[in-house]
Design a protein around this ligand. Structure first.
Ligand code: DP6
Length: 361
């Protein structure tokens, strides 16, 4: 229940100053979150691999607020330069979380943030960015309330991150995180992501994700709008059922390591996500010709070689190429020889499944 996350404090508790730094990863959904109701409640279960190289590093410096205003007092620096563009999103985040971390009204903050991946690469930074900020707020709470256990800390960090951006709920831990209630996943719920505690075959803990940057432009459709379009979408209910069924299938696959079935679920999910966008009102296509070219080449290569290489997509044109470590050499050679020429400026990012966010200081 939401009210379990409310933190009560006395004004004496917020006289301290300090600084905290978290590095938080991005994640790639295998089962896609698409459709939500207020406040950031998903319409279906989603599950992701936590990544490691794509991450956001955020330092929050805090000290007692000098002004007597009621508003939030913060400055944001992106790549060491003060940045106004991020203010509205952070302001909205603070408004959504203040009930649970009321101390944020008593402090003034300097938020310094940077991403490991190129700016405007078309890679969503909301998952890593919002989770990093949520973790920093949790560290401040912990400095006031040192008794907070690690599991309470992680749960609430994910809960807060979710209020910033749904997929951020899945960026606290790793290697596999579930968010959204599913009858067969222990402790799964809509309020925060949980580290998947079922059996995971070794093949998945060293999986690779090479992200092909097909189109680095600004997203034409924000995911917030996309989620809204699922409400009243003619295929919504079947889609939410499909995600639930795919999760049931994936539970077995995660355990037995059966890669052909893994590929089937993951590619089906990616294409269903885009099918939803293509059939919403208004409709839109986020794939580019090069996205399709890459998909076809992956299918061809897989058929001819038998290597277990597949793709997934987020709400954009970039392609995430997934493959197990045992197929790494062949996959990398294929990607460099056949796929990189379809990327904008030949850009791609090599990533692997990771274990979650790190407290740096
Ligand atoms: C397609 O988490 O970006 O990447 O909650 O509005 O911030 P908001 O949406 P966001 O949606 C991500 C959708 C997705 C699929 C996924 O990551 O599950």
């Amino acid at each position: 229940m939401e009210k379990n996350f409310i933190f009560n404090l006395s004004s004496e508790d917020t006289k301290a100053s300090g600084s905290v730094t978290w590095q938080s990863p991005s994640n790639i959904a295998l089962i896609k979150y698409w459709g939500k109701t207020d406040p950031q409640i998903p319409k279906n279960v989603s599950v992701s691999f936590t990544l490691s190289n794509c991450n956001t590093q955020t330092t929050v410096r805090y000290s007692p607020k000098m002004s007597s205003s009621d508003g939030f007092d913060f400055k944001v620096f992106f790549d060491e330069k003060e940045n106004q563009n991020f203010r509205p999103k952070i302001e909205q985040f603070f408004e959504r979380v203040v009930e649970y971390v009321p101390f944020i009204r008593n402090f003034q903050f300097e938020i310094h943030t940077e991403n490991s991946f190129p700016h405007s690469s078309g890679i969503a930074s909301s998952a890593s960015g919002m989770s990093a900020l949520a973790l920093c707020l949790m560290s401040i709470q912990k400095s006031i309330d040192p008794q907070l256990s690690e599991s309470e800390f992680n749960q609430k960090a994910s809960f807060l991150a979710r209020l910033g951006s749904g997929s951020a709920a899945r960026s606290i831990e790793g290697p596999v995180v579930v968010w959204g209630q599913h009858p067969s996943v222990y402790k799964s719920n809509d309020l925060y992501g949980t580290k998947y505690s079922g059996e995971i075959h070794d093949v998945f803990t060293s999986f690779h994700d090479t992200i092909l940057l097909v189109d680095k432009g600004e997203k034409k459709v924000s995911s917030t709008l996309g989620h809204k379009l699922m409400l009243g979408h003619p295929f919504a209910e079947s889609r939410f059922e499909q995600a639930k069924d795919n999760m049931s299938r994936l539970i077995a696959i995660l355990k037995n390591g059966e890669l052909d079935s893994f590929i089937d679920v993951v590619e089906r999910e990616a294409l269903s996500l885009h099918a939803m966008m293509m059939t919403s009102d208004p409709y839109f296509i986020l794939m580019k010709p090069n996205t399709l070219e890459i998909i076809n080449r992956i299918w061809n290569f897989r058929k001819l070689s038998g290597f277990h290489i597949c793709f997934t997509l987020d709400a954009g044109a970039n392609v995430h190429v997934l493959y197990p470590d045992k197929d790494k050499n062949a996959a990398v050679e294929f990607i460099k020889k056949e796929l990189v020429s379809f990327c904008q400026n030949g850009q791609f990012i090599e990533d692997t499944v990771g274990n979650g966010a790190k407290l740096l200081h």
